[in-house]
Design a protein around this ligand. Structure first.
Ligand code: PEP
Ligand code: MN
Length: 353
């Protein structure tokens, strides 16, 4: 895939590129009210979902094409560029007719090569920037494949949006960031702009600011952040939306480091450490989930929680493995004692339920 450093607006954009607006367009009033506040804060690109992919039927599936003229009004009144999610060729046609400046493709769509090919065919011969969210599952090849399909159809202005990945294990995130995946994407396509979506990664307001900072520290090119004039009353993703005022506050506090002025190699190493720590936590969470399943088994079979032989086996085996890998055996022993203690604690909770 050949992708030139994207210039989304056709003009030079200062890093970070900011896109903001509600998860969904709900009413004309909500769209315009949010957009006016954002424009006053200097935001240049307005997002709103017109068609909403929902996990289950019955939820709010977006207002559909009646919302398109509202977006058009945003553009005319505020001068902001407008963007929405497209998932079918019909969406593409209607969004282009309504004068969308940028399109984005959602995580459930980028995971489906048939849908991606249909979209690429619908976009053949159209010159519009398209942002592609990572697929819901952590599959870098599938993400790249989705962008390649667009690229092969002649779309040259492509950007990637990192919105985190679904996970079965419970974590503080709605979608696990798994930063190593966008970092690998950057390594493979240094010219491809990558934007972070802290709203869908975090799933809650309080995680938006730290995720924005983390994305900037990792060298992302921009941020797409959900904002709403009245977040608590939002028809979708209420917990993660913030007011335009809070958005402005968060953006003003962001420390934007100039990559060239920092010691590249130290930063690179620290990124790798953060990535290892992230993985450690994810693995620990998975281990605890399995422990709880073992707890269920022991409960059903009337077994005691503490099986001393098994515990000694773990300490011995891992101590030896640690020594082979150059980690002090005391250190490994301490780590596994702590992990084991927490596992026992988790199993006690299951048994006492
Ligand atoms: C959205 O941006 O509102 C959205 C539906 O996102 P995702 O495709 O990342 O779930
Ligand atoms: Mn949303």
């Amino acid at each position: 895939m050949e992708i030139k450093k994207l210039n989304l607006l056709g003009i030079e954009v200062k890093r970070p590129l900011i896109i903001s607006g509600p998860c969904s367009a709900e009413t004309e009033e909500q769209v315009l009210n949010t957009a006016r506040q954002l424009a006053n804060k200097g935001i240049k690109i307005f997002r709103a979902g017109i068609w909403k992919p929902r996990t289950k039927p019955g939820g709010f599936e977006g207002v559909g094409k009646i919302g398109l003229p509202w977006m058009k009004r945003v553009k005319e009144e505020t001068g902001m560029l407008i963007t929405t999610e497209v998932a079918t060729p019909m969406h593409v046609e209607q969004a282009l007719d309504a004068g969308m400046d940028i399109l984005w493709i959602g995580a459930r769509t980028s995971a489906n090569p048939f849908a991606m090919q249909d979209l690429a065919d619908a976009l053949r011969g159209v010159d519009i920037p398209v942002l592609v969210k990572n697929p819901v599952n952590p599959d870098l090849e599938l993400w790249i494949g989705a962008m390649e399909r667009l690229n092969n159809a002649g779309i040259k202005r492509i950007g990637a949006i990192h919105r985190g990945f679904s996970s079965y294990d419970k974590t503080i995130y709605r979608n696990l960031p798994q930063w190593h995946i966008p970092i690998e994407l950057r390594r493979r396509y240094p010219e491809l702009p990558i934007i972070c979506d802290p709203s869908h990664i975090g799933g809650k307001r309080e995680l938006v600011a730290p995720l924005c900072q983390q994305a900037m520290d990792l060298g992302f090119d921009g941020l797409i952040i959900e904002s709403h004039c009245n977040p608590d009353a939002a028809w979708s993703d209420a917990r993660q939306q913030i007011t335009p005022d809070i958005l402005d506050y968060i953006l003003n506090l962001l420390v934007i480091r100039n990559e060239k002025m920092t010691t590249e190699s130290l930063n690179e190493l620290r990124k790798q450490i953060d990535e290892c720590d992230n993985k450690l936590i994810e693995i620990l969470s998975k281990r605890m989930r399995i422990s709880r399943e073992i707890g269920m088994y022991k409960k059903e079979h009337n077994m005691t929680i503490l099986q001393t032989e098994r515990y000694s086996e773990i300490l011995e085996k891992r101590g030896a493995q640690g020594a082979l890998c150059g980690i002090g055996s005391d250190c490994v022993k301490n780590i596994f004692e702590t992990i084991h203690e927490e596992s026992v604690h988790q199993q006690m909770e299951i048994i006492n339920k």
